[in-house]
Ligand binder design. Structure first.
Ligand code: NAD
Length: 305
């Protein structure tokens, strides 16, 4: 029994919170994928990804650079198509049309956000569903919701792999997702609610229209935090023994040389000793996203055989 003094109202806590790191999960998956890439190489197939980057959003640049490294390390091909922030929608659609029919690429990733004058939905629709390794095309969203997923969006799929790797029970549990985006919250719901191998949960989704998210997070067995608000969830909002997956990656300005640090949506220190487990930020869900992108691209290469 110990006291968690970081909460304003001192809480008596008795739980040793497990830290769920993403790297061991990602490494185990990459080892399997590496073997699949070797097998494909014997058939002269190299899984290839085309990443499209419009403008110079710093977070997107970082993501695309790390993706390239991960792909190269496992002998997959990855090429980044950099377009200026002034690129027209027509030019972008033209590039996508050519990539759709280019056999070198089995996956096309359109790095979001796009400049505001470009209609993101129209551009996403132009990507061939067979190469939509992000799983954002409405056809793939439909497949997922109907229980027969083709490409599962990478971050939610990474969350499921973490739950599986650390043997966190999901079936029959009350899972509370905070955030309803097309990228994280909604596909997370689709995965958790269905009767998949790791799923079958009772799911609540909180969002900006939820008057008091604490009412829901207090009742959760599992919390998936994906709101993009630093420290939104604090120790007083959870119950003892909850498992927490913190998807949030937020830049918070500070006095460091870099000028900022990364933090999740959960106030990490305040939940220690109360939660059963939590993913750290950075180092939790982050490493999973690129790994699942790699997985989807390899799956796509196999689909094209
Ligand atoms: P988004 O801005 O598109 O969606 C955020 C959602 O949270 C919205 O649906 C909104 O309704 C909800 N929300 C916002 N404030 C809220 C509040 N105060 N209370 C309740 N709900 C609230 O963001 P996103 O793209 O889904 O990303 C969410 C977070 O996850 C961000 O921090 C992002 O950087 C991070 N992210 C991480 C990875 C990864 O690889 N780990 C991948 C994608 C996104």
């Amino acid at each position: 029994m110990k006291w968690n003094q970081r909460n304003s109202d001192l809480l008596m806590v008795s739980v040793e919170t497990q830290i769920l790191k993403g790297k061991p999960v990602a490494d185990a998956i990459k080892a399997k994928l590496s073997h699949e890439v070797e097998v494909l190489a014997t058939q002269n197939i190299i899984p290839g990804l085309a990443a499209i980057l419009v403008g110079d959003d710093p977070a997107s640049q970082v993501y695309v650079r790390s993706k390239q490294k991960v792909f190269e390390k496992i002998n997959c091909y990855s090429e980044t198509f950099r377009l200026s922030a002034e690129t027209t929608e027509a030019k972008l659609l033209e590039l996508i049309s050519s990539l759709n029919v280019n056999p070198k690429f089995h996956g096309i990733l359109l790095q979001l956000p796009l400049p505001s004058y470009i209609d993101s939905q129209k551009v996403l629709l132009a990507i061939s569903p067979e190469k939509d390794v992000d799983g954002f095309h409405p056809i793939n969203v439909g497949y997922l919701l109907s229980g027969e997923p083709h490409f599962i969006p990478c971050t939610p799929n990474g969350v499921m792999k973490i739950l599986k790797h650390y043997d966190i029970p999901v079936s029959g549990k009350h899972t509370v997702i905070v955030g309803r985006s097309n990228i994280v919250g909604k596909p997370m719901f689709a995965l958790l609610v269905q009767k998949f191998e790791k799923g079958n949960a009772t799911v609540t989704i909180c969002h900006t229209g939820t008057p008091d998210i604490k009412v829901h997070t207090k009742q959760a067995d599992i919390i998936i935090a994906a709101a993009g608000i630093p420290n939104l969830i604090t120790g007083d909002m959870i119950s003892e023994g909850v498992d927490i997956i913190d998807v949030g990656i937020n830049r918070v300005n500070d006095d460091s040389e870099r000028g900022y640090h990364l933090t999740g949506d959960v106030n990490f220190d305040s939940v220690l000793g109360i939660a059963n487990s939590i993913t750290p930020v950075p180092g939790g869900v982050g490493p999973m996203t690129i790994t699942m992108l790699l997985s989807n691209t390899i799956q796509s290469a196999k689909n094209f055989i």
